[in-house]
Design a binder for this molecule. Structure first.
Ligand SMILES: [Zn+2]
Ligand SMILES: [Zn+2]
Length: 861
């Protein structure tokens, strides 16, 4: 029986027992933003469990789940996974223990025909009710009473909780730990938990007491991969049909020895991790340094390390994405929709980690080779921070090598780093939407109209609904229909007016969309009553600016992918009236020529006057056409497609709910204002269109004109000449200043002149100047002695640091002056090194004693 059959059999079985079949919720829990990932089938039913939602009393599902609490075991055991599918049936205040147990048993033994002899049951030690029910089904010696740890479920320290009962499958002695104590309660692989039935019947109070719940619930969970394994008599979850093709692909490509146990473990871990990463990334989670993104990074990097151990040091993991997609796409079409993006993102993460992996491993190997058994927590943090090793991976490697470190030091180092860059996981703010959802959904007419008549259905102020409102700074209004676009998909909400008999009675300052209700945030000028009729009119010019920007984002998106590559996909955007920003995946700063090319391409498409058409179709059809879907959006059966270009040869096709121009020509013109980084592998472009470019050019022109005025030129063209002239003038002035400085400072010098054998010796002391100054001064000085043989010695002294310049002229050389000999004499006394040529030497150093010009005369002569 393959996975498809098992999923179907499970759902069919419970649907036949009047359960409503719910499709899998996303991996990112839509109902509980406090959770990083969906970890169980029950997550999407939380509100039913708590009685907040009603209308369904029996449900069943196959839920995709992600858990990383046991990640270090994945690959090394026959049963642990990060990503898995959970089969579950649920009762919300409907049936309880008897049915849950009997149906589970019927499914396990009659539908999938597991061998009764191999099955065991566990119940909570005090749960006599469950024990009695089971004892009518199986022999009493097959039922084990276990304690809180394994058989009591709780949501938290207080709140709903209850006993569990597990169905266990005995895989046989060969899987056991061989300890004498090994039985159903053992944690080894032998006794495999297949199905867990949770009987939620108590509400735990803060004093620890258990009060029976009014609404008793059933929550069950059975791992599809484990069920698959035991139904098909396999030895390992990785041998099932969901993993087999992935495992084969790895073995085939890496050319490794499959019979080696460690090799096998690595391959299994890689197979699990690429599957988890594919699912998470296809839901928009991108490897980053925090939150969900970090969990995915951890998973991918663990796989990369194992690939390295298997001898692969080139990006390879991404090549497995197509086979993952092939095994899962029938059940989860979303992985196919985002296939290329997932591969591109995994590859980028591989390239990034491979850059530092070797160096990090070198550090780790040095520790292992040195035989050190304890290392500092700071070092582990450095491995994490500098070499990109997730802590869990370091832990795993150290554990194998029996190395420990101080956890506290690690946390301290991490805290320190965190304080430096305050960034942590921020949960999504939960909006209580009930007050809005009590109104019917709003009909949005704003795709084709800027105004309409509408009936006022709800007035909300300070979280209260009112029947009427008079003058007010702010209230929220919901109508039966509206032309106002509620903020969504990155596009800001509309603003505008609400009129009665052509008189403005309220002004809309913003519009939001909350669960298909369009909420107008308005200043109220006159009395408004529920059920009254009004004319709604949006600010048309502003909306047109927004539409220009939105249509331009689609052109930009396409241009980026054409110019930078298919990986350059949108990861977020803000479309406003005064500008738009567009975030996309890319790993390096764009060059000026790339930015220019992108700008040119978008403007070219604007000038081509391409029609923009909107049509509705099925998600499947849209995918076939090659439409781009955004990560963060959820799509229903019918999708709205925005197509730019002529039919059959569309330039851009995107699933989008925004408002758009009807032709690219309406955008007018497009200008990029900036390009910057917004995190790992993420870039941001900010740009403007249409009127905003005109305003930009105008203000630019004004600024340039004011510069021209300052420069006293008449035209913009003259600015360049004038500025060049000014620069030259400035250089000339600089030089003159230098000269003046030279002259000024020569005033303070001490100077001695002596003659010997027809050669004049000029010694000058200039306090506190540098060697450069001495050189230029020597140029000036030597000019004064063009016809007579001369030796010039200029020196400066400050804090025992001496600088010396020695010069002679042609006639001096003819007279036999040797500067070389002079430098040796000086060096003999002052220990100063010189460098230079026949007629020029310079030197410097530290001297202990002070020297005056007379001392030099003594040395030289
Ligand atoms: Zn055991
Ligand atoms: Zn759009």
């Amino acid at each position: 029986m393959n996975s498809n059959e098992l999923r179907k059999k499970f759902i069919d079985f419970f649907v036949s027992l009047n359960h409503k079949h719910f499709p899998s919720d996303s991996l990112i829990p839509s109902s509980d933003p406090t959770l990083l990932f969906t970890t169980a089938g029950m997550v999407q039913f939380k509100d039913y469990f708590l009685g907040k939602k009603t209308g369904v009393s029996r449900a069943c599902s196959v839920q995709k789940c992600l858990r990383t609490s046991d990640i270090e075991k994945v690959g090394h055991t026959i049963r642990h996974l990060t990503f898995f599918e959970m089969l579950g049936n649920f009762s919300f205040g409907d049936y309880f223990k008897k049915e849950a147990i009997e149906w589970a048993w019927e499914f396990i033994t009659k539908v999938v025909n597991l061998d009764i002899d191999k099955l065991y049951i566990t119940v909570y030690k005090d749960d006599n009710e469950a024990y009695d029910i089971w004892s009518k089904i199986v022999k009493k010696d097959k039922i084990y009473r276990l304690s809180d740890e394994t058989n009591f479920w709780k949501m938290g320290d207080t709140g709903p909780c209850g006993p569990c009962s597990e169905i266990i499958y005995d895989l046989g002695e060969e899987f056991g730990c061989k300890k004498p104590s090994c039985d159903v309660s053992c944690d080894c692989d032998r006794y495999l938990e297949v199905w867990n039935l949770v009987f939620t019947q108590f509400d735990r109070q803060s004093d620890g007491s258990l009060i029976p719940l009014k609404q008793k619930n059933i929550d069950t969970g059975m791992g599809l991969e484990r069920l698959n394994m035991v139904v098909n008599g396999l030895k390992n979850v990785f041998e099932t049909d969901v993993f087999n093709p992935i495992v084969n692909e790895i073995t085939k490509n890496l050319n490794v020895n499959e019979t080696d146990r460690k090799t096998k473990n690595y391959i299994y871990a890689i197979a699990d991790h690429v599957r988890a990463a594919t699912f998470a990334i296809s839901e928009g989670v991108i490897p980053t340094t925090e939150g969900r993104g970090y969990v995915i990074r951890k998973i991918i990097r663990r796989a990369i390390r194992y690939l390295k151990l298997l001898g692969s040091d080139q990006p390879f993991l991404y090549k497995l994405v197509p086979v993952v997609v092939k095994t899962m796409k029938d059940t989860y079409p979303e992985v196919e929709l985002h296939r290329e993006k997932v591969a591109v993102i995994i590859k980028a993460e591989e390239e990034k980690f491979l850059e530092t992996l070797d160096e990090g491993l070198k550090v780790i190997n040095e520790i292992i080779v040195s035989g050190k058994k304890v290392v500092s927590g700071e070092l582990v943090f450095k491995l994490y921070d500098t070499y990109g090793f997730p802590k869990e991976i370091v832990d795993e490697i150290f554990k194998e090598a029996n190395i420990t470190y101080n956890e506290k030091e690690f946390i301290e180092a991490e805290e320190k780093a965190k304080n430096l860059s305050r960034a942590s996981w921020k949960g999504v703010k939960v909006v209580d939407t009930q007050i809005y959802t009590s109104s019917p959904q709003t009909k949005f007419v704003g795709y084709t109209q800027y105004s309409c008549k509408a009936k006022l259905l709800a007035i909300i102020k300070d979280k209260q609904t009112l029947n009427s409102i008079s003058k007010s700074e702010q209230a929220e209004l919901i109508f039966d229909q509206t032309p106002f676009y509620g903020e969504s998909g990155g596009q800001v909400g509309d603003t505008g007016k609400i009129l009665r008999d052509k008189k403005v009675v309220a002004e809309v300052v913003d519009t939001k969309k909350i669960e298909e209700r369009i909420v107008h945030i308005a200043k109220i000028y006159d009395e408004l009553k529920i059920n009254d009729e009004f004319d709604l009119l949006i600010d048309i010019e502003r909306r047109k600016d927004i539409m220009r920007h939105h249509t331009a984002t689609h052109l930009l998106h396409k241009a980026l992918r054409e110019i930078l590559g298919e990986h350059a996909i949108q990861s977020g955007s803000l479309v406003a009236d005064n500008y738009f920003r567009f975030d996309f995946i890319h790993w390096e700063k764009l060059t000026d020529s790339q930015i220019k090319k992108i700008e040119e391409t978008v403007n070219q498409k604007i000038l081509e006057c391409l029609p923009v058409t909107i049509f509705y179709t099925s998600l499947d059809k849209a995918k076939q056409l090659g439409a781009t879907a955004l990560f963060e959006e959820k799509y229903g059966e019918e999708v709205r497609v925005v197509a730019i270009g002529k039919e059959e040869q569309f330039y851009s096709l995107e699933l989008c709910g925004g408002t758009h121009c009807s032709n690219t020509a309406e955008i007018g013109i497009f200008k990029i204002l900036s390009e910057s980084s917004v995190g790992t592998n993420m870039r941001r472009i900010e740009a403007i269109c249409g009127r905003k470019v005109y305003e930009y050019i105008t203000s630019f022109e004004t600024k340039i004109k004011s510069v021209a005025e300052l420069l006293e030129v008449n035209t913009i063209e003259e600015i360049k000449n004038k500025v060049e002239k000014l620069i030259q003038q400035n250089k000339k002035l600089q030089k003159e200043i230098e000269n003046i400085k030279t002259k000024v400072s020569t005033q303070k010098v001490e100077e001695i002149t002596k003659e010997k054998n027809g050669v004049k010796y000029v010694i000058k002391y200039i306090p506190s100047v540098d060697i450069k100054f001495l050189r230029s001064l020597s140029d000036e000085t030597i000019k004064l002695y063009s016809s007579e043989p001369v030796v010039i010695l200029l020196y400066s002294l400050e804090n025992k640091k001496i600088s010396i310049v020695l010069r002679t002229n042609d006639v001096g050389l003819k007279k036999g002056v040797s500067l070389k000999t002079i430098t040796e004499k000086i060096n003999n006394v002052l220990k100063i090194k010189f460098g230079g040529r026949e007629d020029f030497f310079q030197g410097g150093g530290t001297i202990e004693k002070n020297v005056n010009p007379n001392n030099f005369i003594e040395i030289l002569l």
